[in-house]
Write a protein of this length. Sequence first.
Length: 136
Amino acid sequence: MTSDSPDFPLVTNTVTPWLSVADGPAALRYYTSAFGAVERYRLEDRSGRVVVAQLSVGDAEFWIQENLEQRPDPYHGQINMVLTVDDLDAVYRRAITAGGAEIAPVSCSPGWRSGRLADPFGHQWELGTPLAGATD
């Protein structure tokens, strides 16, 4: 499918920080309180606990994701990068071919198609594109 297909919205290339946090709901409360962040997207687990959220402070956007296996120290936390692209499959293949290591293949999740990889330097990248009808 091409980027001009009516099934996919027009995408602007961006790089957005994705912060791993030990407690998703607490992080959401903190960022909204501390920085006036606005929640743009939320994914909850079956119990209603926030596990992924997209936030913005003005035009600056970032994501948080609860990661219970990895509890980063508050001064040296892990940051994963989110790269929103127009042609996800081509960019993902290119990144793997260039030396990236697949972490999660391209698949669909609520509102997104995405895949995750590690670059040769150990940084994790979530490559994705919003699906048609996804709420901003």
